[in-house]
Design a protein around this ligand. Structure first.
Ligand SMILES: Cc1cc2nc3c(=O)[nH]c(=O)nc-3n(C[C@H](O)[C@H](O)[C@H](O)COP(=O)(O)OP(=O)(O)OC[C@H]3O[C@@H](n4cnc5c(N)ncnc54)[C@H](O)[C@@H]3O)c2cc1C
Length: 346
């Protein structure tokens, strides 16, 4: 009998449980689901939530999901702080748990560029980590006219387009162009996204670093011209990318991104140490935003990858030989990503 423990109730965790339900049917395995919150946030619906009124659709309660799907799993709300893969022991704020197989699905958290500001105005600066952050943005926007979005990736772009219907939006980007990481080698597509923002009257500032927030003004430096200027800002939203969100694993920390948790083709986890060495984690899998895929440069951090990882790993943990295991095989085209983004919002 196995004791399978899953940490994290995000999209990857939900997809894992959904797939496991059928695979574990006539088996005697004990399944424990741990997460620091008892609900999942559909992060990709953030624009509907902030701009429109679709409150009921953005979260899914874990216990409702377990009941509806009739999954034989025990759920415990706890924030995990430490994993010891030698002892096969997990330590949370509320208790200790043992496992024979572990799946880490603790997701990602927003990167926070450093901006100087007084403690009293910090609440006007928000990054998207949980449902409560979406709620805070929605609340803050009630008193704001001017919104600044820091980071012109897909999230910054989408948010700018949506918020520009009601607010004066400024988009600050450190790089030389918008959507550079997603549309690398595609200058025409980047030009089109720029045109869309121009039509929406979004003020775009590239090669710009946000430095200080004071009296509803965000002071910035243009890195090319060295010019200093400010943009009006009642609310500031960080959309400057995400990084792995992980507890301490075998003494390794991940906050500074020197150590990295990576999964292979089968979802099996290993740590790439700061000095490049590998530590294989026996009986540990990683799925979703919690892990890089195959190598350090490949951090998919997308719902598509979370879904693929959840389903594949659920299948793989019951297989002993490599020949029966499924591969993640994740390399979607730009077209597939775009289509998924649209369908996901319907
Ligand atoms: C605004 C926004 C828009 C997006 N739009 C899209 C899109 O259009 N298309 C797309 O493919 N992707 C999109 N994404 C990305 C997508 O939402 C994520 O890739 C996906 O949700 C990742 O799922 P996950 O389960 O890996 O992580 P998460 O959803 O982050 O879930 C992690 C879970 O782990 C729990 N947890 C964290 N730490 C601990 C701990 N220490 N102990 C216990 N539990 C813990 C959390 O409570 C949470 O339940 C978007 C993201 C954002 C923020």
């Amino acid at each position: 009998m196995e004791k399978i423990v899953l940490i994290g109730a995000g999209y990857a965790g939900f997809k894992f449980m959904d797939a496991l339900k059928n695979l574990n049917k006539d088996k005697d395995n004990e399944i424990l689901w741990l997460s620091k919150e008892d609900f999942m946030t559909k992060k990709w619906l953030m624009d509907s939530y902030i701009v429109k009124n679709k409150d009921e659709k953005i979260i899914v309660k874990v216990r409702d999901f377990i009941k509806e799907k009739n999954i034989n799993v025990h759920f415990t709300e706890d924030e995990i702080e430490n994993i010891d893969t030698e002892k096969k022991e997990i330590t949370g704020k509320k208790g200790k748990y043992n496992y024979t197989k572990l799946i880490i699905a603790t997701g990602s958290k927003a990167k926070l560029p450093r901006i100087e500001c007084a403690e009293s105005v910090k609440e006007k600066i928000i990054a998207f980590n949980s449902f409560y952050d979406f709620k805070k943005v929605k609340e803050n926007l009630k008193d704001s006219k001017d919104v600044v979005i820091i980071g012109a990736g897909p999230i910054g772009f989408e948010l700018s387009v949506n918020l520009s219907k009601k607010f004066n939006v400024s988009l600050i980007e450190f790089e030389s162009d918008i959507m550079l990481a997603l549309l690398i080698g595609k200058p025409l597509y980047r030009k089109i996204t720029g045109k869309i923002l121009n039509l929406r009257n979004v003020n775009i500032y590239t090669l710009t670093k946000a430095c200080k927030f004071e009296c509803d003004k965000l002071f910035c430096d243009n890195m090319e011209t060295k010019e200093n200027f400010y943009v009006p800002s009642g609310t500031i939203v960080f959309a400057a990318g995400v990084k792995q969100n992980l507890p301490v694993i075998d003494g390794y920390t991940f906050e500074t991104e020197k150590n990295t948790l990576i999964c292979n083709d089968f979802g099996e986890a290993w740590i790439r140490e700061e000095n490049g060495r590998r530590k294989i984690l026996t009986d540990v899998h990683a799925i979703g935003d919690a892990c890089y895929y195959l190598n350090i440069g490949n951090f998919p951090a997308s719902a598509m990858f979370a879904e693929r990882g959840g389903k594949t790993v659920a299948w793989n943990i019951f297989q002993s030989g490599y020949k029966n295991k499924k591969r993640l095989d994740f390399n979607p085209s730009l077209y597939a990503k775009f289509l998924d983004m649209i369908l996901r919002r319907l």
